[in-house]
Design a binder for this molecule. Structure first.
Ligand SMILES: O=c1nc[nH]c2c1ncn2[C@H]1C[C@H](O)[C@@H](COP(=O)(O)OP(=O)(O)OP(=O)(O)O)O1
Ligand SMILES: [Mg+2]
Length: 192
């Protein structure tokens, strides 16, 4: 059988975030591979399992935008805390007493093609450890996360290197694969 006909989207996918640094990285990583526009909405900080948080965020964003949306939720998780604080990292960042400083950074993107549609999720993880802060402090916990195999923290490394190996870069590679396979068509070609 021939491949399924491409799904037609009423407009380009809107990447919804309130975080300008995330948007900067998403732009750099996606380039022109996926036509998207961005919208700053301050969505509620939900609680629960990271994947559920991301999906619920996508549902809310899709109904507000009334069209296809992409959202993401990011966690920094300590292995010693069995993955905590996860999404609660936003309020957590201070010294912790445990010995095991190994951790992972995780990004979960959710794509909802429209209001009421079940979101599809894409997960990227990068393993590393929590170290005393080094490097510019302009993006969240970048100064305290040193990915395995590198002697620089996320904050110290060139952006291009971070984007190649990061939780966000890995998740977006899956998003790109999905778009390439699905071959969505945008109806109004109104933006890129
Ligand atoms: O690559 C990163 N490197 C360092 N820090 C990061 C990164 N990515 C997110 N972060 C921070 C931002 C926020 O303090 C928390 C995630 O919270 P999270 O809800 O996903 O982000 P947010 O509320 O800033 O933006 P959004 O409007 O997309 O929900 O980790
Ligand atoms: Mg948030």
């Amino acid at each position: 059988m021939a491949a399924a006909a491409a799904r037609v989207l009423p407009k380009a996918v809107t990447f919804v975030t309130g975080n300008a640094k995330k948007l900067e990285e998403v732009r750099a990583i996606l380039g022109s591979s996926i036509p998207f526009q961005s919208l700053k909405l301050d969505l509620p900080e939900l609680q629960g399992e990271p994947e559920d948080i991301s999906k619920e965020k996508a549902r809310m964003a899709a109904s507000q935008v009334n069209g296809p949306v992409l959202v993401e939720d990011t966690c920094l998780c300590f292995n010693a805390l069995k993955g905590l604080p996860g999404p609660y990292i936003k309020w957590f960042l201070e010294k912790t007493g445990h010995e095991d400083k190994s951790a992972f950074a995780m990004c979960i993107f959710s794509l909802a093609l429209g209001p009421g549609e079940e979101p599809i999720t894409f997960v990227g993880k990068t393993a590393g450890k929590i170290v005393p802060a080094r490097g510019p402090a302009d993006f969240g916990w970048d100064p305290v996360f040193q990915p395995d195999g590198f002697d620089q923290t996320y904050a110290e490394m060139p952006k291009s290197v971070k984007n190649q190996i990061s939780h966000r870069g890995k998740a977006l590679a899956l998003v790109k694969e999905h778009f390439a396979a699905a071959n969505y068509k945008v109806q109004n070609n109104e933006s890129a």
